[in-house]
Write a protein that binds this ligand. Structure first.
Ligand code: NDP
Ligand code: MG
Length: 382
């Protein structure tokens, strides 16, 4: 039988790689429910291969169509559908690989059902990390990181006490434009931005990597997951993406986690935890072949988005909700070629400047601020 898994965002980059892991270990994992957005062609393929009980799609008309084609499966849709998949009563683990803060409510509902959360969906932790961690504590539910840096930190932390950590060191590849100056970023195209040197990922996170907002979201994610102060989280440029992150302890020992850049490794670890499983067809790390690893201090002027994120994190309250929602809206405008690359940072900064921060916000406040911020970013462009 194995662990029963529900999966949000099955048609995405992380979602499809999660399906690879489930496929590789049929005795260990079983997919019981999944959600998609609009990719119905891929949904049919998944439905034909895996015998699930529930599937959720974004649009009602797609749900009606699929329900006719697959009468034995329960087909649901929209935001309520995401919740139904996430909180599927039959699941042991939810892999949350949906894109954006739309993943927040489903995550909270799954926690209330006692379902372990394997979280790739970092926007959820950035927009309302305190709500997720409070609920996890209340319902005694583990939150297991899928993001490679946080999986590395989680592994380095294994068996160590938080009080013995002196700092978290999060590595950053530098993204598609790491060899360009800020001046040279003025006229970059969407196509150039989508060309990441080390990782193959969905388009939103690839743009986030180019602006360095991805690392900013990850600093907040690390603060939320490991409860370490922003003063003790460092970002280090590391071109090769071989060291996925490290922890320095108070005796100056540093523990790092290494591997080839392949998201299936942290996905599998979150699913198999606390055990480790073989990875067939895995690409092993060969350090002799790689020869050298490079490290460089982070330049916060060059990567302004990282500074904005850390400022938002330190401010706390609804400021990280604004940061995230403004970033989601701005990246979507950039992908539609409505704004330039550098305008992404400008719109986020404006949204943060115009916001009056609310401390310890509840869920309704977060959802309200999220939707207001998206609207105001749209209006800035009109
Ligand atoms: P993708 O864009 O590849 O996939 C996103 C998934 O979410 C797709 O299944 C998409 O459906 C679905 N989706 C998007 N919007 C909605 C919506 N409004 N309602 C319902 N479903 C929706 O993203 P990634 O897989 O790259 O990233 C997913 C998450 O994982 C992000 O939070 C990202 O930051 C994080 N992450 C990703 C990594 C990577 O390597 N890709 C690494 C670490 C973290 P459809 O395509 O059918 O429309
Ligand atoms: Mg990452």
């Amino acid at each position: 039988m194995g662990k029963r898994i529900s999966l949000l965002g099955a048609t995405g980059s992380i979602g499809l790689q999660t399906l690879d892991i489930i496929r590789e270990h049929p005795n260990k994992f079983q997919l019981v429910a999944f959600s998609v957005g609009k990719n119905i062609e891929e949904t049919r393929k998944i439905l034909n291969e895996f015998h699930v009980e529930v599937v959720s799609v974004q649009k009602e008309e797609d749900a009606l169509l699929l329900q006719q084609e697959y009468p034995k499966i329960e087909v649901v849709f929209g935001d309520a559908g995401l919740i139904q998949v996430a909180a599927h009563t039959n699941a042991d683990v939810l892999v949350n690989a949906v894109l954006g803060s739309v993943g927040l409510r489903p995550t909270l509902e799954a926690i209330k059902k006692g379902i372990t959360i394997a979280i790739a969906n970092k926007e959820t932790l950035v927009t309302a990390g305190h709500l997720v961690m409070q609920a996890a504590q209340q319902y005694n539910v583990p939150i297991l990181p899928v993001d490679s840096e946080h999986s590395a930190l989680f592994q380095a932390m294994n068996g160590e006490k938080k009080s013995e950590v002196s700092k978290l060191i999060i590595t950053a590849s530098g993204g598609s434009f790491r060899d360009r100056t800020r001046e040279e970023l003025k006229s970059v195209t969407v196509k150039e931005a989508l060309n990441h040197p080390n990782w193959s990922m969905g388009s939103k996170i690839t743009i986030d990597s180019a602006t360095m907002m991805n690392k900013g979201l990850e600093v907040i994610e690390a603060h939320v997951l490991f409860d370490i102060s922003y003063d003790d989280i460092e970002v280090l440029l590391h071109r090769e993406s071989i060291i996925h992150s490290m922890i320095e302890f108070k005796d100056t020992s540093v523990i790092a986690q290494l591997g080839t850049p392949d998201m299936r490794v942290p996905i599998q670890y979150a699913l198999s935890y606390p055990d480790r499983l073989e990875r067939s067809n895995a690409h092993r790390l060969n350090l002799a072949e790689i020869g050298k690893l490079h490290f460089q201090e982070m330049d916060y002027k060059r990567y302004h988005a990282l500074k904005l994120a850390i400022d938002a994190g330190r401010a706390g309250g609804t400021m990280t909700t604004v940061l995230n929602a403004a970033n989601e809206a701005a990246v979507s405008l950039f992908l539609k070629e409505k704004i330039t690359f550098l305008e992404i940072d400008e719109l986020i900064e404006r949204a943060m400047d115009e916001h009056s921060n609310v401390s310890s916000p509840d869920l309704d406040t977060i959802l309200f601020v999220d939707s207001q911020t998206r609207k105001s970013v749209q209006n800035m462009v009109k």
